[in-house]
Design a protein around this ligand. Structure first.
Ligand SMILES: C[S@@+](CC[C@H](N)C(=O)[O-])C[C@H]1O[C@@H](n2cnc3c(N)ncnc32)[C@H](O)[C@@H]1O
Length: 372
């Protein structure tokens, strides 16, 4: 298809930042294949570009296994700070299991599990501290990429009888968990009726703009919510991510490599992570339209403080306190408002769970409005 040049206006003429990308004359197979498509079919949506950069089966940052998280990688996540995050979430999963009547077919379903570290932190903690819950628990990782699945199997070798893998979601009772899944799902760049597309100026990637009808920029993330809602038979969804409740500010993608933020998504294509802050309101509305109830929304600081205050004492606390004592620095990084405590928000959704049971422990200090 010939590019319809008349639709497109170079972005520089529209008062939107347009960077000269001479610096990034990459010629990797991935970059060449992106160029070929644009040459043949004209400018493409940013969602298509992001899909190639992150999920191209051979060369994408995630699909090829290039992704590296943690101190020696490209960026930190809650999981890469240390095992405490998984231990605190495991404690919350235990409460959910109790609320569902201690069922013996309880599943933790994780999507976006990277190398399986979170799953291991959860399973090690539950095995050590909550034997009864451990006996009832199964863990399912939804992982479409073989190279990541292989890493997860290695990390979880000690729990091979507890963990199963699927390429897509299937019906389950229990809890669906994700940490920084939604922000990694491709988005279109749409603002005030204009869409930025990825085009070419010679060999250089440039943004061009066109008018667009009212359409959702995060369609793929909304479809992910549809999938979760369709497969959760009874239980909760806990999604942790960075985002905003409302629309107004201009969105721009965040591009990270080796703990640096790059100025442009056209730098180090396939070598860098690209994310977009989550638009929580549309996620919540889509979840509600699918029959899920909002069971809480708050920042990570209040979420984790709720878990600690509920479970770090008394019988149910087991020795969570001992684990907290050993992990003061991790705790500070996860909780501190200027570190991860405010940067991340937590959304909990529920299905077929009696409303009368009240909020989960993690939401006892939630300050944001409830969306019941
Ligand atoms: C930012 S990483 C987060 C990794 C991990 N949860 C952590 O916190 O360290 C996003 C992950 O989501 C995965 N992902 C994206 N779309 C997915 C999908 N539809 N199903 C499963 N995983 C997906 C990516 O492959 C990547 O591993």
């Amino acid at each position: 298809m010939e590019a319809r040049r008349d639709w497109y206006i170079p972005v520089s003429s529209l008062d939107v930042e347009c960077r000269a990308l001479d610096l990034f004359q990459l010629n990797t197979p991935l970059v060449e294949s992106i160029r070929q498509t644009i040459r043949a079919q004209g400018p493409q949506s940013f969602a298509w570009f992001m899909q190639q950069a992150l999920y191209h089966p051979e060369h994408g940052y995630y699909a090829s296994g290039h992704c590296a998280i943690g101190r020696k990688g490209d960026y930190f996540t809650n999981v890469s700070i240390g095992p405490l995050f998984g231990q605190l979430l495991a404690t919350q999963f235990g409460e959910i299991w109790e609320r569902l009547g201690e069922i013996d077919d309880f599943l933790v379903v994780e999507q976006g599990a990277h190398d399986g570290q979170f799953a291991r932190d959860v399973l090690e903690f539950v095995q050590k501290r909550r034997r009864k819950f451990f006996d009832a628990l199964r863990y399912r990782i939804v992982e479409p990429f073989p190279i990541l699945q292989a890493r997860q199997r290695q990390t979880l070798e000690a729990f091979r009888d507890k963990v199963e893998w699927r390429e897509s979601l299937q019906p389950f009772k229990g809890v669906h968990f994700s940490n920084e899944l939604l922000d990694a799902i491709p988005v279109r760049l749409i603002s005030n009726g204009r869409e930025k597309l990825v085009g070419l100026d010679g060999d250089k990637f440039v943004f061009v703009e066109r008018s667009v009808d009212k359409t959702m920029f995060n369609q793929a993330a909304l479809e992910c919510v549809d999938q979760i809602a369709a497969n959760l038979q009874r239980g909760y969804v806990i999604a942790i991510d960075y985002g905003r409740m409302d629309e107004d500010s201009q969105r721009s993608a965040q591009v990270r490599v080796q703990h640096r933020n790059l100025d442009s998504p056209f730098e180090q294509i396939g070598e860098a992570d690209i994310t977009m802050s989550v638009h929580w309101r549309s996620i919540i509305e889509r979840a509600q339209a699918n029959g899920l109830r909002v069971a809480g929304f708050t920042d990570q600081h209040h979420f984790l403080t709720g878990i600690i205050s509920e479970f770090a004492s008394g019988d149910r606390g087991q020795s969570l306190l001992a684990d907290l004592g050993k992990a003061k620095r991790e705790l500070q990084t996860l909780l501190h408002p200027e570190m991860l405590g405010r940067a991340f928000q937590v959304l909990a959704l529920a299905k077929n769970v009696d409303v009368k049971v009240g909020p989960l422990a993690a939401f006892k200090f939630a300050r944001e409005p409830r969306f019941a």
